[in-house]
Design a protein around this ligand. Structure first.
Ligand code: URP
Ligand code: ZN
Ligand code: ZN
Ligand code: ZN
Length: 472
């Protein structure tokens, strides 16, 4: 088996950072050593097959993006990244594992939908991947399927309080799914927005002639995220199920989560880079139809109301547990354009699977979070919460050799001309960020090396996940 020796770098984990060398045998990390260590008398730099010099750089666990939607069917079209293009772009950005969402719509067998997602991903991915299962139709069959899927390595289930008539579950259905999650130990994920009230506001907005992308934001006010978040927390508490609230964007929703956590409830928040950096005024409010680029749900929030700063603060307090991208790209041409003259027809989603590690590193540069927190929310905690730890998310003997050599002195300019996602625009066009993903190793194989892509579709394997760990 190939041995790979990564030396001279500073290894970062949630508990600290120190100069350490890493020895990889095949697909696995076999030793993390003091610099200059020998193993059974051998100098590792000369005895290893492949040597990676990480001097002056950080050696971090490969990123774990717990929220992507490759090829997702939505509003009559499909998210523009396939598993092949999306995972390649993820690798470029230092992410070595994604967890994507298989989708059950009403009338479909859950097991069939999961099989369809397996078919789409198998042989296509350049990094490892797992699946969450969306339950769009809670009934006795789908509840039974939840238990079956847990034993197949799909241990988390997303429900929607939004999108009536598409994915929406009412409170009774949510309660039943939560009871099943509590019985099986599965993790219940929630899209927490009051979709029934939102649909009324959307209809009224369109009827008034307020049809531009900006009004996507104003018809999904923070009150309806706060309310749904609170309701989800209370329903989860009745059943004893842990609750993971996805893509939280409103500071008031986070306040609900922080309060619940303060009372010892098993509630966790995920946010996304777009909610930390972008806003209702600047992006959704861009002139003409341009705001369509940033139509996603939950929506971007008002900077004047201070949501973005509060989200950073909640990252520091630990009340935001993870950062995923909710990567769900749609091209402007022909896809987002379906909503010209009616924002409710714009497919919802932003693509950023390639930029999560760089964007979140800017929080380190600006002093908003520590280096260790960066690794914690982008790598370690998602691996742990989604039942992949310690195989993923940590640089430690026995773990999969998923590593990123990150250059803090590098710079990256984000834009459609240079990104690798299949999108005809960038949500962060022209933004120059400090730091650079230099080398990416996925299960012992170098897939990106200083500007060169060395990966291959099919290298990535399905990760059978265990039940989540330490959800307290
Ligand atoms: O706008 C979004 N977030 N699109 C993806 C689907 C979802 O709700 O996560
Ligand atoms: Zn959602
Ligand atoms: Zn999503
Ligand atoms: Zn570099």
């Amino acid at each position: 088996m190939t041995t790979t020796f990564v030396h001279g770098g500073v290894v970062v984990s949630p508990t600290g950072s120190q100069p350490l060398d890493v020895l990889i045998d095949g697909e696995t990390i076999v030793a993390v050593l003091q610099p200059g260590s020998t193993l059974l008398g051998a100098d590792l730099a000369s005895s290893s097959d492949v040597v990676v010099d990480a001097t002056g750089k950080y050696v971090i666990p490969g990123g774990v993006d717990g929220h992507t939607h490759m090829e997702m069917p939505f509003g009559g079209t499909f998210a523009s990244d396939s598993f092949e293009t999306g995972t390649r772009a993820a690798a470029w950005g230092g992410t070595t594992t994604i967890v994507d969402f298989a989708i059950q719509n009403p009338g479909m067998r859950v097991q069939d939908t999961l099989a369809a997602w397996h078919d789409k991903a198998a042989g296509s991915c350049s990094i490892d991947y797992g699946f969450h299962q969306i339950i769009g139709d809670v009934d006795s069959d789908s509840l039974k399927a939840m238990s079956e899927l847990v034993s197949e390595g799909v241990t988390s289930f997303k429900l929607f309080m939004a999108y009536p008539g598409v994915f929406y579950s009412d409170d009774g259905k949510i309660l039943r799914a939560m009871q099943t999650a509590a019985e099986t130990g599965a993790l219940l994920m929630m899209h927490a927005e009051n979709g029934i009230a939102i649909d009324v506001l959307v209809e009224q907005s369109i009827a008034r002639g307020d049809t531009a992308p900006y009004f996507h934001g104003t018809s999904r006010p923070w009150q309806l995220e706060e309310e749904a978040t609170h309701r989800a927390i209370m329903l989860a508490d009745v059943t004893g199920a842990p609750l993971y609230v996805v893509h939280v964007s409103a500071k008031q929703a986070l306040e609900q989560i922080a309060t619940a956590r303060g009372k010892g409830r098993n509630v966790f928040a995920e946010t996304c880079p777009q909610y930390l950096y972008l806003s209702l005024e600047e992006q959704l409010g861009a002139p003409g139809f341009e705001g369509a680029k940033w139509v996603c749900s939950t929506p971007l929030r008002s900077r004047a109301e201070g949501h973005q700063d509060e989200l950073w603060r909640y990252l520091r307090t630990g009340d935001v547990s993870t950062v995923g991208t909710d990567h769900c790209p749609f091209c402007l041409k022909d896809q987002k354009e379906m909503g010209i003259g009616d924002f409710s027809k714009i497919p919802n989603g932003i693509g950023s699977v390639e930029h999560r590690m760089d964007l979140m590193y800017q929080g380190v540069v600006s002093g908003k979070i520590t280096l260790e927190k960066w690794v914690e929310v982008c790598c370690t905690t998602p691996a742990r919460m989604f039942g992949m730890y310690p195989r993923k998310g940590i640089v430690s003997p026995g773990a999969d050799a998923d590593l990123v050599i990150y250059d803090p002195n590098g710079r990256t300019t984000i834009g459609v001309e240079t990104h690798h996602m299949r999108m005809d625009y960038s949500a962060y066009e022209g933004m120059t960020v400090d730091g650079h993903v230099d080398t990416v190793i996925s299960r012992g194989t170098i897939v990106v090396d200083r500007g060169e892509y060395l990966g291959r579709a099919g290298h990535g394997q399905f990760v059978r996940r265990d039940l989540s760990q330490n959800l307290v």
